[in-house]
Design a protein around this ligand. Sequence first.
Ligand code: AMP
Length: 470
Amino acid sequence: MERPLLITSIMKHAELQHPNREIVSVTVDDPCHRYTYRECFARVRRLANAFGRAGLQSGDRIATLAWNDYRHFEIYYASACAGHVCHTINPRLFENQISYIIKHAQDKWLFADPVFAPLLASLESSLGGVERIVFLTDDARMPKHSLKRAVSYESLISEESEEFDWPELDENTASSLCYTSGTTGNPKGVLYSHRSTVLHAYASTLADVMGLGSRDVVLPVVPMFHANAWGIPYAVPMVGAKLVFPGPKMGDAETLHALIENEGVTFSAAVPTVWLGLLGYLDQNRKGVGRLERVVCGGSAVPLSLMKAFSERYGVEVQQAWGMTETSPLGTFSALKPETAGLSGDEYDAVRVKQGLAVFGVEMKITDDEGRELPWDGKTFGTLKVRGPWVCSGYFKLDESPAHEADGWFATGDVATIDSDGYMQITDRTKDVIKSGGEWISSIELENTAVGHPAVAEAAVIGVRDDKWG
Ligand code: AMP
């Protein structure tokens, strides 16, 4: 049957099949908020009614400036399933980039954690097009602010009905939007659709990818503003697993440890810097990791020492993934296959430091400067190119994208080898940017800032290896 692939179906399925599964969150105003999928999706319908009452139209962008928690999760579903676009903004960007992004996306509403009230105050001149600001809290805990049009989330939805007739959207309807920083120029928007999101969620739950099931308890530490937290907020309700959100405490090893132990977390996802922090905390305080079995790590290369420490000392498997905002983000995932499962020692280490096998749905190749395809011999390196149903075909409201080639391939800006077993390994980057803790630092941006100082004539910014930040 031709049924559309909609995020709405994930929500309806989770509510019917797993109504009592819990979602636990640390929020700015509550150290341990707990409710079920059933309660969650009832609130999602209230929020959708609030959007309708305010006259929001299909395709309108609804921005978030928020940490990972249940209210952010509710906005993901209410906006996308009502036909709007959930635009997640990275609060760690420079202020001028955030204001550019808000204006470029023409955001109609902006949901923000109360801690971002000062940031919003300094951005106020660029918020002209934003009709309403909603702080993710209740009336009693509203932050001090001078912003016009600001209300609390709880007051917004309190009077709304729990009934809502979800529209049957075309599966190619846009569902979410995320900007990524480039070398030069402004951040570029990547627009995801219901179809791309659902397909990506299916793929990510496969056994040799994240391997998720309803008995899992999943802690996404990777921010919900970073490529939709690697798709976890969709994949987890799809399989009916319990969700644990760390809120503003995503960088706090003590809180992460407490959540892992107390909530029975079996699976988690974060950049290497987070795991290094947690490892230090566990080692120093002689703590355990409860039921934690698997951790997916990506965003930048995963150090072998980190994988070894977790597997040898804590029995936790750290699996590497590679992807980009442009690829939703899952591209490759490091899993063992019969050819590599029997390896040990250095041979095993040589496999696990690789970024992994293409996930079904993503085609990859490496090419030379003339675009000729290079062999999969594990030695020859070239530009990594990918294509697939959850790879973006261009950037939001940009006519030109040199990275998108006429034959449908997307040039990632990464340089890689692929071995005869199909394992891809990143060896270099062609883009002039540095990653720190999984977030981009534009070398050009820093050089311009340095050169802006009257005593500096020239500046060159280079990346330097750091034990914590990568
Ligand atoms: P972003 O769009 O911010 O997610 O950044 C994507 C980029 O991060 C990729 O093009 C790579 O350069 C880098 N990256 C992501 N995952 C890995 C990984 N496992 N190892 C090395 N680099 C990675």
